[in-house]
Write a protein that binds this ligand. Structure first.
Ligand code: GDG
Length: 486
């Protein structure tokens, strides 16, 4: 591929002087129409577990429309939406049929796309009926959205569950600018090749004018795959011609509302949850992991690394507690059930090996915790362990940095396979497959001087305060607003 094709559009990074705090309004007369698999209920906007809903709360400004699945499974997939308005935002949702949902969501999206796009081809379960249901649901989404559209709307589709929706909208005659943002990694064409409908999925994305990614390597993989499967020529600016439009790949890493999160964390120190945590820890240091229970997050490897810490650095015995919050997700998918059993076993092994009658090193829970409590735990934690085997971005890493007390901050240990590692270079960057390397990083974090902790944290906080959720929305929609109608 043309080397210059890598020069994709980039936001100048980390200049916090230019970070605006005013709510974003796309420079277009039309509305922003957000499309995502799940639509948060209006009352819990921004409060749900899961990165996408949290980050998109900023794009759902008054006047916008948020379209997607209601969360309800019905007899059949509906093709007309129910509308609810709250705070000036219209939430439009459809129900998905029970059987379609099992095949579309558990089957193709989470049984085939999720593992493959996290570089786990060995876990991929492809079946033609699952893929047919995926196409059917994407088509139903398009059919239900079309009557709600105005000609000057900007349509912004999110994530791997909806890769063919833009193509369905085009075949219904929709001419509006369409953008797509991929929250998870994109794989090199050699890996994508194992997926039978690879070319159709790419054609689905190529029905958009703007396709956004978390990392430079994702942009590169997408463009390389477009060359291979669609036979296009990629130009120096990272764009290519496909059917009657130009498709542009852009780098728009996602972020959080760091200032708001910092305030939540500060206030959380005063809550009952924080006090209970303090009492239970005493003088011991807290090492913390917060993840959905997902094999991409590297939890078995993380448990092993903690075991290696206790074995190789016995000075930490009785001085440290590792809390892993691993909220259950996708429990209908077999590989998630297997992971849960595996973690139960490893947690038992570690606690059996190292516990004393009055000290248990590893606390492991699989139910979700309130967002405020999590913010307070981040602030209390001397070490934030974010060690996914592969992750689009990982917002937990950014939340952990935002939650710290800048006068006595904790240390982030971060996998180099998380998108966040491209930006958060002052974290202790590790290879999560190497338990000893991660154990050494935890040891270093636990023994790091206050001065070094403050230096690292100041640099990280500046970045997290720059690449915010708002800037992410602003940058992506800015690209989309520039698209000229066909
Ligand atoms: C996808 C991509 C990308 C976690 N446990 C609880 C809880 N959480 C919250 C965290 C954080 C969010 O969920 C998780 O966000 P991540 O970014 O870490 O991960 P994914 O859900 O896999 O998100 C990812 C993201 O999309 C955005 O583009 O960064 O790479 O995989 O906000 O705090 N929240 C509550 N209770 C929990 O127990 N309330």
């Amino acid at each position: 591929m043309n080397q210059l094709a890598m020069n994709t559009i980039r936001t100048p990074r980390h200049d916090i002087r230019n970070a605006s705090s005013a709510p974003f309004k796309a420079k277009s007369a039309g509305r922003t129409v957000i499309v995502s698999n799940r639509v948060p209920s209006p009352n819990e906007k921004g409060a749900t577990a899961g990165g996408l809903a949290v980050a998109l709360a900023d794009a759902a400004t008054p006047g916008s429309l948020w379209f997607g699945w209601s969360g309800k499974r019905s007899q059949e997939t509906s093709t007309s939406a129910e509308l609810v308005e709250a705070d000036g935002v219209t939430y439009a949702t459809i129900d998905i049929g029970e059987r379609d949902h099992i095949r579309y969501y558990n089957g193709f999206a989470n049984g085939a796309l999720w593992p493959l796009f996290h570089f786990r081809a060995g876990l991929l379960m492809f079946s033609r009926p699952d893929y047919d249901a995926y196409r059917k649901v994407n088509k139903a989404f398009a059919a239900a959205l079309k009557p709600l559209l105005n000609p000057d709307d900007l349509i912004w589709i999110h994530d791997y569950q909806l890769m063919t929706m833009a193509a369905e909208l085009r075949s219904l005659g929709v001419k509006n600018p369409i953008g797509f943002f991929m929250h998870i990694p994109f794989v090199p064409n050699e890996l994508l090749d194992v997926l039978p409908p690879a070319a159709e999925l790419l054609a689905g994305l190529a029905a958009c004018e703007v396709v956004g990614f978390q990392r430079e390597s994702d942009v590169k993989s997408f463009l390389g795959s477009a060359e291979k499967f669609l036979g296009v020529d990629v130009a120096a600016d990272g764009s290519f011609a496909w059917q009657e439009r130009r498709v542009r790949a852009v780098l728009t890493p996602i972020g959080i509302d760091a200032q708001k999160f910092a305030k939540i964390a500060e206030r959380a120190e005063l809550t009952g949850d924080a006090k209970r945590m303090d009492e239970s820890l005493g003088d011991r240091a807290l090492v913390l992991g917060v993840d959905r229970l997902d094999y991409s997050k590297g939890l078995p490897q993380r448990f092993d690394a903690f075991g290696r810490l206790l074995y190789c650095f016995p000075q930490h015995l009785r001085q440290v507690n590792f809390l892993q919050i691993a909220a259950r997700s996708r429990q209908e998918v077999g590989s998630y059930q297997t992971l849960r059993r595996e973690l139960d076993r490893r947690a038992g092994d570690i606690n059996g090996e190292f516990s004393d009658f009055d000290w248990v090193p590893l606390r492991y829970m699989t139910h979700a915790v309130k967002r405020t409590a999590i913010a307070g735990f981040y602030r209390r934690a001397r070490v934030g362990l974010v060690t996914p085997l592969r992750d689009g971005m990982n917002l937990v890493a950014k939340e952990y940095v935002a939650a710290q007390d800048s006068e006595d901050p904790g240390v982030l240990v971060l996998s180099r396979f998380a998108g966040a590692a491209d930006e958060l270079t002052e974290a202790l960057i590790v290879n999560p497959f190497d338990a000893d390397e991660v154990a050494e990083a935890i040891h270093l974090a636990l023994t790091m001087s206050l001065e070094e902790r403050k230096q690292r944290h100041a640099a990280l906080a500046a970045k997290v305060n720059y690449t915010t959720a708002q800037r992410f929305c602003e940058t992506f929609l800015g690209h989309l607003a520039k698209v000229r109608p066909n």
